[in-house]
Unconditional design. Structure first.
Length: 177
């Protein structure tokens, strides 16, 4: 989808941090003062490293996960029933970090991969439903569906899973016993 720019849009603030300051490069003189940060080398140019000033001095979350696992979908709905986590969404076809590096290297082939991911986000590749063990993150089962789910549309009752899809259907899935 192309970026739509309003007729009267104008740049308000632009900071590069390349000189270790928060000077406004837009010409609007909205210069800032940096507090609690140090200049740092970023992936592209310079940046600022902000230290955690909250109660969690170790950084990260106060919640400690039992496991972490990347999943091959962009989750639109999620539900935990008993010891199973159900997640559903379009397929995740790109590694964002590697794709960004390819964009910055001006790799012409990256546009085809981005177009493919966009098609998945638009629902042209359907959806994938994963049943994942809530104990260890392992995949228990996978099902491909022809339509994307509506956001947060999963529900479970009496051994069945229900979801609404963007094409206007309500789907009921029963576990094989």
């Amino acid at each position: 989808m192309p970026l739509i720019k309003p007729k009267n849009a104008k740049l308000v603030l632009s900071c590069s941090f390349d000189k270790g300051d928060a000077d406004d490069l837009s010409g609007n003189k909205h210069n800032g003062t940096i507090q609690g940060a140090q200049p740092a080398t970023g992936k592209v140019n310079r940046g600022m490293h902000f230290r955690n000033r909250g109660g969690n001095r170790g950084g990260g979350s106060l919640v400690k996960p039992h496991w972490t696992q990347d999943v091959p979908i962009l989750v639109r709905a999620m539900l935990k029933a008993a010891n199973t986590l159900f997640i559903i969404g379009p397929p995740d076809l790109i590694d964002e970090e590697k794709t960004f590096e390819r964009i910055m290297a001006r790799d012409p082939k990256v546009q085809a991969k981005l177009a493919q991911q966009n098609a998945a986000l638009e629902g042209k590749m359907g959806a994938r439903l994963l049943a994942v063990s809530a104990k260890d993150g392992s995949t228990i089962a996978e099902l491909k569906l022809p339509s994307l789910p509506v956001w947060d549309s999963l529900a479970a009752a009496n051994g069945r899973l229900y979801l609404s899809t963007v094409d206007g259907n309500v789907v009921c899935l029963a576990a094989n016993r």
